[in-house]
Design a protein around this ligand. Structure first.
Ligand SMILES: [Zn+2]
Length: 186
């Protein structure tokens, strides 16, 4: 299945291929590394949460990457605190700093911390709340003309993107993406 997905899809001329894998070091991870080997993958970004149990899992991932010679682009600490929707203060409901400590130990880059920010979910909802009636209309349109139905979806996506620009999470994600991109060798 993984082989089919990587080799039988017409990917065209793409800038990046991101493979989002579940946690673990299972057969799936092995297969992905094996099938991508011929394409010189840039490497892996590991995502942890601040809790010790997740840090332990990511430690296994780090060892796995080293064993299969997959470069490690860095570690992101996800769910790193909770951003209050009333005052925007970030509270560390779990512990914090586990990701950067792990990076020190393994001598890999710490890419940044991403908090739980309910405003992102609210933003997503706000861009799709107009759509119950529209979706029904889209459905009718889709039957008659599939191309026409794609337009309202694009409108919603661009509405989301323009609002997302001013979200504090955008600043965090952009900084991580820019840093990773500047370190890519391919
Ligand atoms: Zn508050």
């Amino acid at each position: 299945m993984i082989k089919q997905f990587l080799t039988d899809v017409h990917w065209g001329d793409i800038d990046y291929l991101l493979v989002d894998t579940p946690p673990g070091t299972s057969d799936e991870h092995l297969s992905i590394v094996e099938y991508l080997q011929g394409y010189n993958p840039d490497g892996a970004i590991l995502v942890t949460t601040p809790q010790a149990v997740s840090i332990l899992d990511v430690q296994k991932e780090l060892n796995f990457c080293r064993k299969v010679n997959l470069p490690i682009l860095g570690v992101v600490e996800n769910m790193s605190g909770y951003v209050c929707t009333h005052c925007a203060e970030c509270t560390n409901i779990f512990s914090s700093g586990g990701g950067s400590k792990l990076c020190d130990k393994y001598n890999v880059d710490f890419l940044g911390s991403i908090p739980i920010d309910p405003s992102l979910a609210l933003l997503l909802d706000s861009c799709s709340s107009t759509s119950t009636a529209a979706a029904i209309a889209d459905g009718n349109q889709a039957a008659a003309n599939p191309a026409a139905a794609a337009v309202p979806n694009l409108d919603r996506a661009s509405a989301f993107l323009s609002k997302y620009q001013s979200s504090p999470l955008n600043t965090k994600f952009s900084a991580i993406a820019k840093y990773v991109d500047s370190n890519l060798t391919n």
